[in-house]
Design a protein around this ligand. Structure first.
Ligand SMILES: [Zn+2]
Length: 109
């Protein structure tokens, strides 16, 4: 009986910690301004992908972040294309030369 009570307490304190953990998860409030002058804040988890726009809870208008930050996705570096990588390694005249050589080889076959 005493053993069971102890175990119960153990479980209880564990789940309490978990709850607190959720409660303590870092959050951030992001302010938005709607075009109709409404300002509101939405709470996000720090791990959440932050949107650049949010629907105004009062009028439904698309609202932009008060801090002027655009959606996080757009902050990422633009993806380099194969062409970008190619032009980093070779100049255009070099590429033209290579292409010519290649084409000649292909035509020979
Ligand atoms: Zn509004």
């Amino acid at each position: 009986m005493a053993d069971r009570a102890l175990r119960g307490m153990g479980l209880g304190s564990k789940s309490f910690e978990d709850e607190e953990g959720v409660e303590m998860a870092e959050r951030q409030e992001i302010g938005f301004d709607c075009p109709n002058g409404h300002h509101f804040e939405i709470t996000f988890s720090v791990e959440a992908e932050l949107p650049g726009v949010w629907e105004c809870p009062r009028c439904g208008a698309e609202s932009h972040r008060s801090d002027g930050t655009k959606a996080e996705k757009k902050k990422e570096k633009p993806q380099r294309t194969h062409w970008d990588m190619l032009t980093e390694r070779r100049s255009i005249p070099e590429l033209e030369e290579l292409l010519k050589e290649r084409l000649e080889e292909i035509r020979k076959e």
